[in-house]
Ligand binder design. Structure first.
Ligand code: ZN
Ligand code: ZN
Length: 172
């Protein structure tokens, strides 16, 4: 969905719709959409700048990075961005370092679909976890520890005991 900046009315644009992305669009390649991404966005012109403010919601299935099981993940993320016209891009080198995170639009166009996708990707956790206290997979038998499916004794080892063990092992 491409917005022509010149066509943005004085009162701004209000967009309230679903966006269909595919897993390949995502930084989290294992993720599967359970519901399309929904975006409510207000696009407003402030002089030559364009303010893009909104909220995205989505429901996905992620793979837990510890236990490798799929789990449901809900996105509810708000954003408030300002896009500057491309002309300013040419003087980017002269801008202060703190200005480098500014966004630009080119050829009087804003690709809203790309903006939504970027914000969606930014809302993802760095390491998806089914729960904060997911204990992952038993290193002995490979079963998921959380469900108590295995009876292996995985004790929190005492570093002093570990040293002793290594000492005894090396002796024998
Ligand atoms: Zn997990
Ligand atoms: Zn086990």
């Amino acid at each position: 969905m491409v917005i022509d900046v010149n066509e943005i009315p004085k009162e701004g644009l209000h967009i309230d719709q679903d966006f269909d992305f595919v897993s390949l669009d995502l930084v989290e390649e294992d993720a599967v959409f359970l519901e399309p991404t929904h975006a409510m966005v207000d696009v407003r012109k402030i002089g030559a700048d364009v303010q893009v403010k909104g909220r995205i919601t989505a429901r996905l299935s992620f793979i837990c990075s510890r236990c490798l099981r799929p789990f449901e993940y809900s996105v509810d993320s708000s954003f408030d961005l300002v896009y500057l016209p491309e002309e300013l891009d040419e003087i980017k080198e002269e801008l202060e370092e703190e200005d480098l995170d500014k966004f630009f639009y080119y050829h009087q166009q804003l690709n809203l679909r790309d903006i939504i996708l970027e914000q969606l990707n930014l809302s993802f956790p760095l390491r998806p976890l089914c729960s904060e206290d997911c204990e992952g997979i038993c290193p002995v038998c490979g079963e998921i520890i959380q469900e108590g499916q295995c009876s292996c004794e995985v004790k929190e080892s005492d570093p002093r005991l570990e040293k002793l063990k290594i000492f005894l092992r090396d002796k024998s």
